[in-house]
Design a protein around this ligand. Structure first.
Ligand code: CO
Length: 171
């Protein structure tokens, strides 16, 4: 089922999400709904809090070499922990909760992470490139943080101004 994605400045996006303890049908339905919701908006990543569910669950589905989002590449991440961060990289990020806004963000270039899959099995992985960036972006959502909070003071000010204008235009 496609769920509604909440957008900035909805205060729910500031919620610190809680760990999953039960790996049951409810969790699997949540993951399936998150996938449908993300694909419906052409996103490459989604955290549960973006559909107003404050649980430590995120999904990432990057396009492959043929620029297609193949479901076999879908990464389902429960209760993630970033164990190690190395290097630094800048990438122009976007977010389904801040639609149509893109800006450069600095993050670690490579990360080592641990998480659980939908069956509750522990997985330890190292990621670099876009996967490392997306993973950090989605983990920030679980802490109640958005990528616009990482911008410099001036860029943030400019964003707030543009966003206010945009919200006004929608009324
Ligand atoms: Co996001």
């Amino acid at each position: 089922m496609i769920r509604e994605i909440i957008t900035y400045p909805n205060k729910l996006l500031k919620t610190k999400s809680k760990d999953i303890t039960l790996f049951d049908d409810d969790l699997h339905t949540l993951l399936d709904d998150m996938y449908e919701t993300m694909m419906n908006k052409n996103g490459i990543g989604l955290a549960a809090i973006q559909i107003a569910v404050p649980l430590n669950v995120l999904i990432i589905n990057l396009p492959n070499e043929e620029d297609k989002q193949d479901k076999s590449d879908l990464l389902e991440v429960i209760n993630p922990k970033i164990l190690q961060m190395d290097g630094s990289t800048i990438y122009t990020e976007g977010c389904l909760s801040v639609p149509e806004y893109y800006e450069d963000v600095q993050r670690a270039e490579s990360i080592k992470v641990s998480f659980l899959n939908r069956e509750g099995q522990e997985i330890i992985k190292e990621y670099e490139g876009l996967m490392a960036i997306a993973f950090q972006h989605e983990c920030d959502h679980l802490k109640g943080e958005l990528f616009v909070e990482k911008l410099s003071f001036l860029k943030r000010k400019k964003f707030e101004k543009e966003w206010k204008k945009k919200l006004k235009g929608k009324k």
